[in-house]
Write a protein that binds this ligand. Structure first.
Ligand SMILES: Cc1cc2nc3c(=O)[nH]c(=O)nc-3n(C[C@H](O)[C@H](O)[C@H](O)COP(=O)(O)OP(=O)(O)OC[C@H]3O[C@@H](n4cnc5c(N)ncnc54)[C@H](O)[C@@H]3O)c2cc1C
Length: 399
């Protein structure tokens, strides 16, 4: 594919950075993506794996709910190898949940999400292990994402254009300014331990929960609250669908069938440090009990593992309740506006489900800044199979 002679450096190798790379490569940019570990080694490779149709957000934020509905349908079409369209079921376990039901269904319909109540007898047919005391159940078009395969399908799409270069195990250690521009980044290769300076026309900070730290390298104060959460996996699938509690979105209320596992998540706290090295025992106990409330036989499943990852939430927040109420939307920051740096954009927040849209918004902004009128193509082109990422002569990795 021909390119437009503009070179962009993207910092980060999670789903967001990879989706931006893919979009820009299709628009003809030459892109160098720099990731300090392996692709998806940050939050992207550790999330729950729910393909959100938006139902979870319908009562809190209609726009996010609508966006999830649109994006989940696009992903089902363009990334069939990474998505299992197994549907979602919201279940009411008590009278409080029941109070929520009608408004929940109406809010979903208002956000164009086709939610419908089904008889509990049918719910038990679909999900044999469900708690027999459930009072109501609502079907929605949720699904399961394979987080790694989804992101890597986008990476394969970028490499196919021949416009992408992917530098894994390279960490950006300084961002070098000249007047009001970023001129280059200095990276260290964690395999050879050599340093390298990489120049470009524009720089995108897509470092997820690390994006605040990355911005600091350019003396920019970017408000990011890394917000970790714990997930617990047990061996064997207990459900066919993604099963959620029919109540205000909270902790321990989503069960996702993922490969041969059942994952219950999550919890949420705040931390200055996106590198999470602890999984609180009380989280594990809480998640196990939450899963048992929905599927009593969960208590007989063999423990597989528990882990935590940090959400990249936009804004500075000091307590957990504050963070729970924080938007799951994403923010795109043009550093020309507040920081007087012409050629740097940061993107913070969002969800794995909305990675493609995030790529589109950042690429649109970059094109606008550069005075280029090049349209996004990512919503209709079917992505290559993730396996293509490893094809000989196709892979832009430079390790
Ligand atoms: C507990 C939990 C559950 C979730 N569940 C879901 C879900 O079910 N469905 C859903 O849609 N979303 C879910 N999410 C949200 C989703 O996981 C994230 O929004 C998404 O993965 C963020 O991707 P990212 O690319 O922005 O960040 P990341 O994947 O974290 O990528 C950032 C990358 O930047 C790299 N990096 C950092 N510093 C540097 C540097 N100096 N130089 C080079 N590279 C650097 C890191 O190594 C990392 O790989 C969940 C999140 C959490 C925390």
């Amino acid at each position: 594919m021909t390119h437009n002679n503009n070179h962009v450096v993207i910092i980060g190798g999670g789903g967001t950075a990879i989706a931006i790379m893919y979009d820009l490569c299709l628009r003809g940019f030459k892109v160098t993506l720099i990731e300090k570990g392996e692709l998806t080694s940050g939050t992207t490779g550790r999330h729950h794996g729910q393909l959100h149709c938006g139902a979870r957000y319908a009562m809190g934020d209609k726009n996010i709910a609508k966006e999830c509905m649109i994006e989940s349908a696009i992903l089902r079409n363009i990334a069939p190898n990474a998505i299992e369209y197994n549907m979602g079921m919201f279940v009411a376990l008590n009278d409080d949940d029941m109070q929520y039901k009608d408004l929940f269904i109406q809010s979903c319909l208002d956000a164009d999400i086709p939610a419908r109540e089904i008889p509990t007898s049918l719910a038990f047919e679909y999900e044999k292990e469900l708690n027999k005391n459930i009072k109501a159940s609502v079907l929605v078009p949720d699904g399961t994402i394979d987080p790694w395969r989804l992101a890597i399908s986008f990476a394969a799409g970028a490499l196919k254009t021949k416009n992408a270069e992917i530098k894994t195990y390279h960490e950006v250690i300084s961002i070098n300014k000249k007047f009001n521009n970023i001129e280059s980044v200095t990276v260290i290769n964690h395999i050879t331990h050599k340093k390298e300076i990489i120049k470009a026309d524009a720089f995108i900070n897509a470092g997820g929960p690390w994006s605040g730290k990355i911005a600091k390298l350019a003396d920019i104060d970017l408000s990011v609250s890394p917000s970790p959460g714990t997930m617990l996996a047990a061996k064997k699938r207990i459900s066919n669908m993604v099963v959620s509690r029919l109540h205000k979105a909270g902790d321990g209320d989503i069960i996702v069938p993922q490969r041969q596992l059942t994952i219950i998540g999550s919890t949420q706290w705040i931390s200055d440090n996106p590198d999470i090295n602890r999984v609180p025992q009380e989280d594990i106990d809480f998640l196990q009990q939450s899963a048992i409330d929905i599927f009593p036989s969960f208590k007989y499943l063999e423990y597989h593992t528990a882990w935590a990852a940090a959400r990249p939430l936009f804004g500075k927040h000091n307590n957990t309740e504050d963070v729970r109420n924080l938007s799951r939307d994403f923010a795109t920051i043009d550093h020309k506006i507040n920081d007087n740096i012409d050629n740097m954009i940061s993107i913070v927040g969002g969800k794995a489900t909305t990675l493609r849209a995030m790529g589109e918004v950042v690429s649109d902004l970059l094109c606008k800044k550069m005075g280029l009128d090049i349209q996004c193509q990512t919503s209709t082109i079917i992505l290559p199979n993730y396996r293509e990422y490893y094809r000989r002569g196709y892979n832009g990795q430079t390790n």
